[in-house]
Design a protein around this ligand. Structure first.
Ligand SMILES: Cc1ncc(COP(=O)(O)O)c(C=O)c1O
Length: 367
């Protein structure tokens, strides 16, 4: 059985697959908490978990081919007042990963470029590489046929507000091109997240398509906000209903199973869960930074205040590796910046409740 450890790629096949966090927990005897993923500190919401468990009794039936009623429920969550006119642009997937790959397969061939940050979530690049795109570097001034920006950016924590985001799109995408904006972590922004999201910009997106034939897709992984990575749940808001139908045509049928659909259908109504997420995540995040800053004055902490993780530069490859090893040994794995991101002095840790973070802090006392 493959065991995950801190010096190799664990269960990932490094030659074939992209490294991600979140694999160590199953192989740690003294496991306490997973700090290596960017999921919500509050874990799976109870009400949605109950709905998911109940749905197992329907496991002998096929899931609905139209993903309903979960798809419409998510549309209502995204656009409380305009869902009727916008919902035909939305489709669900088996995690955002399925949709990232589907949209890039359908994109116009040619060049691909990432967002303007030091690094970003790597599945976009992996898919572009697999589909024979020519990869432009982050600082290339050329416009690309396909551009993918993760906003807020995992792992760096950078975030572009809408005016900057629109400027980046105009400056980096060729007419006829595809733009994938990943807003998986954007709902953490605040109770007003919708107004700051590209999903609210109907006229802009329509105009970009009508006037420049630039197709803008907004991708969400719902496995982070609602802490259900094992269930697999993502969506894409397409520029037009025709784009949505083009995805539907090539998507494998029933890619979202009954358990994930039941979970989604319930979770969108859990306002209490989101209220506590918006209230506590920034508070715990700041507390975590304060404590780490005191212990390690040389460390630099990156990322917007509302995010569910902290991107930390320890300033030294050796220190970062020791921090990763100590965390692993104490049952609180963190994400090393080395595999995938190739930034070996960095570690990424999730925001978690103080009792869990204290275990990590204790583990790092000997650093
Ligand atoms: C920014 C971002 N997008 C997409 C994904 C993929 O998520 P999913 O689990 O829904 O496939 C992740 C997972 O870490 C992510 O961080």
């Amino acid at each position: 059985m493959p065991t995950a450890n801190t010096t190799n790629n664990g269960p990932w096949d490094a030659k074939l697959q992209q490294f991600h966090g979140g694999q160590d927990w199953a192989h740690i005897d003294n496991f306490v908490e997973d700090f290596s993923v960017t999921t919500n500190a509050f874990g799976m919401p109870d009400s949605a978990m109950a709905a998911a468990i109940q749905s197992i009794s329907q496991g002998h039936h096929y899931p609905p081919a139209d993903q309903e009623p979960a798809r419409s429920s998510l549309a209502r969550f995204l656009w409380p007042t305009e869902f009727e006119s916008e919902q035909d642009r939305l489709i669900l997937g088996n995690g955002a990963s399925e949709l990232i790959d589907l949209v890039i397969r359908m994109a116009p061939s040619g060049t691909w470029k990432p967002g303007p940050f030091r690094t970003q979530y790597k599945e976009y690049e992996r898919s572009a590489r697999n589909n024979d795109f020519e990869l432009l570097s982050v600082d290339s001034t050329d416009k690309a046929n396909v551009a993918c920006l993760v906003n807020p950016c995992n792992p760096t924590g950078d975030y572009l507000e809408l005016p900057e985001l629109k400027r980046w799109i105009s400056a980096n995408v060729l007419p006829g091109g595809y733009v994938l904006i990943d807003e998986s972590m954007q709902p953490w922004h605040s109770a007003e997240f919708r107004e700051h999201s590209l999903t609210s910009q109907h006229d802009y997106i329509r105009k970009m398509y009508e006037e420049h034939k630039i197709s803008i897709f907004v991708i969400h992984s719902w496995t982070k906000l609602w802490c259900c990575t094992g269930l697999r749940l993502g969506s894409v808001v397409c520029p037009t209903a025709d784009h949505m139908r083009a995805i539907k045509k090539v998507q494998v049928p029933w890619s979202v199973n009954v358990v994930a659909l039941a979970f989604l259908n319930a979770v969108v109504s859990d306002e209490t869960y989101l209220q506590k997420t918006w209230q506590m995540t920034p508070a715990w995040r700041q507390q975590t930074i304060n404590q780490l800053q005191e212990m390690f004055p040389g460390w630099v902490f990156y990322g917007r205040e509302f995010l569910s993780w902290i991107w930390v530069d320890t300033g030294s490859e050796d220190t970062a590796q020791k921090a990763v090893d100590l965390a692993h040994a104490a049952g609180v794995p963190v994400r090393s910046g080395r595999p995938g991101y190739n930034l070996p002095s960095f570690v990424r840790l999730a925001v978690r409740e103080p009792a869990k973070f204290n275990v990590l802090l204790d583990a790092w006392k000997s650093l």
